[in-house]
Design a protein around this ligand. Sequence first.
Ligand SMILES: [Zn+2]
Ligand SMILES: [Zn+2]
Length: 294
Amino acid sequence: MAGKSFVPPCTELAHNSYLRKVAARERRQTTKPLRAMTLPLQSTATMIAVGTGALLWIAEGILPFFRVRSSRGRHAFVNLGLAATNLLIILPADIATAAILEQTGATFSGLRGYLPDGTPGTIAMLLLLDLWLYLWHRMNHEIPIFWRFHAVHHSDAELDVTSAWRFHPGEILLSELVRLPFLVLTGAGIRELIIYNLLMNPVIQFHHSNVRLPERYDRILRTVIPTPLLHRLHHSTIRSEHDNNYGALLSIWDRLLGTLLIGPVEPTKALGLEGTSGPDWQKWSTLIQKPFRG
Ligand SMILES: [Zn+2]
Ligand SMILES: [Zn+2]
């Protein structure tokens, strides 16, 4: 008899599940050669981040927005000291994350299994990763235990490109742990994580930088990415200002979720946190202890 044969619903469900597993296996097989590209891609991402950081550091020296500052070298030494400490967490955590995603990806494709292959699927994953970072950053402001650690980032009164790397190791560890279930559920791949970092790191360095950017350029750029003006408001000493502009790579999440704040920022504006941004606090050892002090 011609025509479609009857398939019992339970069989169809099993069949669909089987097809998804086959698709996941095929995807893994096609990404195997790409794994060989992971190292060059990671190296490229690192070089772009370091190169952008160096260029912004030079630009801050030529065209600074905030002019009255203490020693740039000393400020950078403290922030990059924290960054170096964080590498001790990030490097093993990234290796463990890669191993876990490879294991879980073998049997569970997550949301990725429902996204199209190729560039559209990669773009969708990059958007999801950026949405996650927006939500994580917002949680850091709204959940007191997370804020204790994130406050170290905000205690910087002299925002510049090195502030992009000023985080307490506790925040880095928590972010790696909390992000893992999200990565498993979405089915994100290591390659997508590296591409996301490649795009996001230069942007976060840019919006932390102390470069004087004419308002008209800031206005154009902030339709897409968080700009120095938006992020200076995020580092304001005033809480009603700093609980806004959470975006990392894109400014659309703040726009869509009602946390976009645009306002004038003068070069005399106070940044940091009242009480914990003075010179006495700007030491590696003091900042490491900060979350555990009262
Ligand atoms: Zn913040
Ligand atoms: Zn910041």
